[in-house]
Design a protein around this ligand. Structure first.
Ligand SMILES: [Zn+2]
Length: 280
């Protein structure tokens, strides 16, 4: 998955760091990031690549490399171009893709909170932690993370799983039931509600699998498998889904090209071990 960056160590402990010539600069403009792209190989600019030092905000480190955010206007650096962040999901090495995605979530949060949402005054960075604060009305603004669930709904009697395709996407791939958590509900309640809304079924025996930061949509995804409870006849919510079907392991796509998403890993796991996913 996108956060599985091998022997590399992501450190998001907040501290003030001084940028050096070898620091990475994550420079986003609109929906793009400044990078060097050669096929699927990605590289990022270092501070030493910039002729004028940009304004920088420390974000995190990976191993001994610090990553800083720049929100200045477009710059021209030979060999680098602005590439759409959402199209970089296959970029390698994965730790740089993870840095781009994670920095992207922070960039969008900083951009959306230049001014206080309560009184309109310009916000300020808190020197000792990630939050922003409003000096006029003392509002504290925390980074935005929206929890959501991914659900593998299984019929153990026939060893099948529900796969869905979203409506409104031309080349929709099979995915799992998924949705955001609403205010006032637990993750378990989100699972029950989303499954009922999307395919009209009751579920039981939830088993937590793994979670995943998915910074492309400000999300923390939480993956569960569960059993259908009672009737297995699907009623598709066509406002959200194009199709929803029960598929056997042999009928499932493997999404082998998708190394970064929790959905892909959960689908491959059921395809590989079937009902055993319900044992946790
Ligand atoms: Zn304010």
């Amino acid at each position: 998955m996108i956060q599985d960056i091998g022997e590399h160590v992501y450190d998001n402990h907040f501290a003030q760091h001084e940028a050096g010539p070898g620091s990475y600069v994550l420079h986003y403009v609109g929906s793009t990031v400044l990078c060097k792209l050669d096929g699927e190989a990605i590289d990022l600019p270092l501070l030493s690549d910039f002729s004028d030092k940009p304004d920088l905000q420390y974000l995190f480190s990976i191993d001994d490399k610090d990553f800083f955010l720049s929100r200045s206007k477009k710059v021209a650096i030979e060999g680098f171009s602005y590439e759409t962040v959402g199209w970089l999901r296959f970029a390698e090495p994965q730790y740089l893709l993870f840095a781009v995605a994670t920095g992207w979530q922070l960039f969008n949060w900083y951009e959306a909170n230049r001014h206080c949402g309560r009184c309109g005054h310009p916000t300020q960075a808190v020197p000792t932690s990630r939050e922003l604060c409003c000096p006029a009305c003392d509002l504290v603004i925390y980074p935005k993370i929206s929890p959501g669930v991914i659900v593998g709904v299984i019929d153990p009697a026939t060893e099948r799983i529900i796969l869905t395709k979203y409506a409104g996407r031309e080349h929709a791939r099979y995915a799992l039931v998924a949705g955001f958590t609403e205010i006032g509900e637990s993750l378990e309640q989100t699972v029950a509600r989303e499954v009922m809304e999307e395919v009209g079924l009751k579920v039981k025996n939830l088993v937590f699998y793994k979670s995943q930061p998915w910074s492309f949509s400000d999300t923390l995804l939480v993956g569960f498998y569960c059993e259908v409870d009672g009737d297995t006849a699907i009623t598709v919510d066509h406002s959200e889904l194009k199709v929803a079907d029960w598929l056997a392991r042999s009928e499932m796509p493997d999404r082998a090209e998708d190394k970064v998403s929790l959905t892909g890993e959960m689908m491959r796991r059921f395809r590989s071990i079937g009902n055993a996913v319900l044992k946790g």
